[in-house]
Design a protein around this ligand. Sequence first.
Ligand code: MUC
Ligand code: MG
Length: 387
Amino acid sequence: MWNTLVTKIDQIETMILDIPTIRGHVLSMATMRTQTAVVVVVRFSDGSEGIGEGTTIGGLSYGPESPEGIKSAIDTYIAPALIGRDADSVNAAVHLIDKLVKGNRIAKTAVEIALWDGLGKRLGVSVAQLFGGAVHERLPVAWTLASGNSETDIAEAHEMIETRRHNIFKLKIGKRSVRDDVAHVARIKQAVGDAASVRVDVNTAWSLQDARWGLKGLQDAGCELVEQPVPARYRRAMAELSSGYEIAVMADEALNGPEDALAVVSANAADVFAVKVAQSGGLKRASEVIAIGQAAGLGLYGGTMLETGLGTAAALQLFATTEHLSWGTELFGPLLLTDEILAKPIVYRDFCVEIPKGVGIGVTLDPDKIAFFRRDVGRTITAVAGE
Ligand code: MUC
Ligand code: MG
């Protein structure tokens, strides 16, 4: 017999939003001028709703999922499998989807966040409470300097320090020669001095040989950490680099869920984990990546796929429950966009991001902004990312 007391998943709507960035964001593999987010709204049988986001970087240049593929995977495979199921067991939904859909971690993340959000709202608690409770009210937050020009990056860094918005900077390198990149990092570190921590992200652009030269130069320049210098599958190279230099080596693209986390730990292939909710496959899987990193005694860093305020809020709920995030976070995604899609923006001040308070993931959408940025309402965009 139909149990009317059980809340069911009734409907899953997906939409693609294209939001311009405040400046070109120059990464080793692409320059972003627009960020494309996949937003999910899950409607439940009791009238409640949950919202989620699945976002990648630079179209298909960063990883194997594109925004269009994320939407299609949800519409075609994930949503039909979940409609009519019990809404209150997020774990049951995660297990079912893992059985039916291989890979597609970002698509899974978008739906999973919406399920947690809905559950939190129905129970009147935050997602952080569903994960055992927050231990932080705010977290340190880095900014990425990636204008493609050293002078512009230095001016941006000074402004961020003066306005007390950021004093941790991640520099995107790997597009120029190693020598030019090291000189660029050294100039910026010299310009900010002890007022800021300088780190770099190579986004897999270097060979092992490049990385040996690069890490030596970066270390001498006062750079504290290098993120994913070589391709994700080069665990032996990552292990050599981690043990061969004082500068911390962080795994990012190498970490696609808990199994990768275990493999990276077993190979001694990183000093630090960049924990990304979307890359992990959702909040639950990201919590498992965190547990593995913590158990192995690695440093942890709250990473981003440059999500809007929606995905950022979800990540904050989880990172708020994480005891030691010794390298802070980089959850600045909404600040890179020209416009805000939340009814109430996430607060950034005193070099920190504040954990949104309230039920579920703690934020709601601004319907007018959603209507404006939706790709399917007829606004045309140029390429999502290019050279
Ligand atoms: C990445 O690879 O870490 C995070 C911050 C940023 O600027 O780009 C991302 C992606
Ligand atoms: Mg990275």
